[in-house]
Design a protein around this ligand. Sequence first.
Ligand SMILES: Nc1ncnc2c1ncn2[C@@H]1O[C@H](COP(=O)(O)OP(=O)(O)OP(=O)(O)O)[C@@H](O)[C@H]1O
Length: 239
Amino acid sequence: MIEVRDLVKRYGSTVAVDGLSFQVRPGQVTGFLGPNGAGKSTTMRVVLGLDAPTSGEGLIGGRRYAATRRPLHQVGALLDASAVHPGRSAYDHLLALARTNGIGPRRVAALVELVGLAGVARKRAGTFSLGMKQRLGIAAALLGDPAVLMLDEPVNGLDPEGVRWIRELMRSLAAEGRTVLLSSHLMSEMALTADHLVIIGRGRLIADCPLRDLVSDGGSLEDAYLRLTAGSVEHGAGR
Ligand SMILES: Nc1ncnc2c1ncn2[C@@H]1O[C@H](COP(=O)(O)OP(=O)(O)OP(=O)(O)O)[C@@H](O)[C@H]1O
């Protein structure tokens, strides 16, 4: 379970998150949606203890990230797939992470296989395409077999086979009872992947409901999303 409570995050005069509260429940895929600059990444960063809240809090399993024991076993995150040492092989990147968290090499080998990088695991990560880096980031997120997963635009850069793979992986992880929070701008993909949606705009909550509530009139998720966020878009053609 992820809980965001009355979260406010300011950067100077910019209010990135403005009194946001929601919960992400286990056993389903929750899509985290909102226009560019809505505050999705900031919210995830605060929950992961990478940014301090101005006020309010983000909790994982009832605790702040900093108070979490064995964090890699509690929560797996992918925020920025390019954040890998370019000179290190995929295998060594994962092995280093595993070692500092008491995880053995067999788990690393299994994950390299699971994410489809077995053939290139000894190559330097700096030579990887964005899609390959996304797969490596997902392997890192899964290393500790965590109950909670938070992924920021994980299908970015993936080819159609990779997009389907992520969808099926996320759905199967949720079906195992894990909490899965996934941000994306791809509405058609979100409609196929998510059970529940949290939509924010200008740092505030716009909707927190099952996917089916937004598409029950037979319209597309894209239509419903654009309708809901029309007043919250900061940048865009003709605005
Ligand atoms: N480190 C920072 N310093 C200053 N402003 C920041 C910082 N990080 C984010 N912001 C600002 O906070 C707001 C929210 O940004 P954030 O990246 O959380 O949005 P987002 O919903 O993830 O957007 P996108 O969909 O474009 O990734 C934006 O106005 C952004 O410019």
